[in-house]
Design a binder for this molecule. Structure first.
Ligand SMILES: [Zn+2]
Length: 131
């Protein structure tokens, strides 16, 4: 699941959790535990996907990105705009971007992917941004 310049996809792990929920082995309490801060980020700065929530199917899920790195808050920075995210990804210091799938309705949440940016990843990011 790695490769692609250090990018890690968590889709399989996410699908496994959804499957367990549908089989009744996990309850909504187990999977719908998003922190209020994450829900607020999802509503304010989340990127809506063309995909219904796998748990409640009431609304579309959104992606929220957190950026971790030196001189950033220990719990990560949640950029409010695409421009701010792009700026964080162009830093001289390497950063780690965590994309979380969130449902603002039922509070389902799961890590979607992680990718490194900044530092030595800046040139590669520019090169792949067009594709
Ligand atoms: Zn939901």
């Amino acid at each position: 699941m790695t490769g692609n310049g250090g990018r890690v996809e968590y889709r399989l792990a996410r699908n496994a959790v959804v499957k367990e929920f549908k089989r009744g082995r996990l309850s909504r309490l187990d999977v719908c535990d998003a922190h209020p801060e994450l829900i607020r980020a999802a509503l304010n700065v989340g990127t809506p996907l063309e995909e219904d929530c796998p748990i409640c199917a009431e609304v579309r899920v959104v992606h929220v990105t957190y950026v971790f790195g030196s001189r950033l808050p220990p719990h990560g920075r949640c950029p409010a705009t695409a421009a701010e995210l792009a700026r964080l990804c162009r830093r001289a210091d390497e950063v780690a971007c965590y994309v979380v799938e969130v449902c603002p309705e039922c509070r389902w949440n799961h890590l979607a992917r992680m990718y490194p940016a900044g530092g030595r990843h800046r040139a590669r990011l520019r090169a792949t941004a067009r594709g």
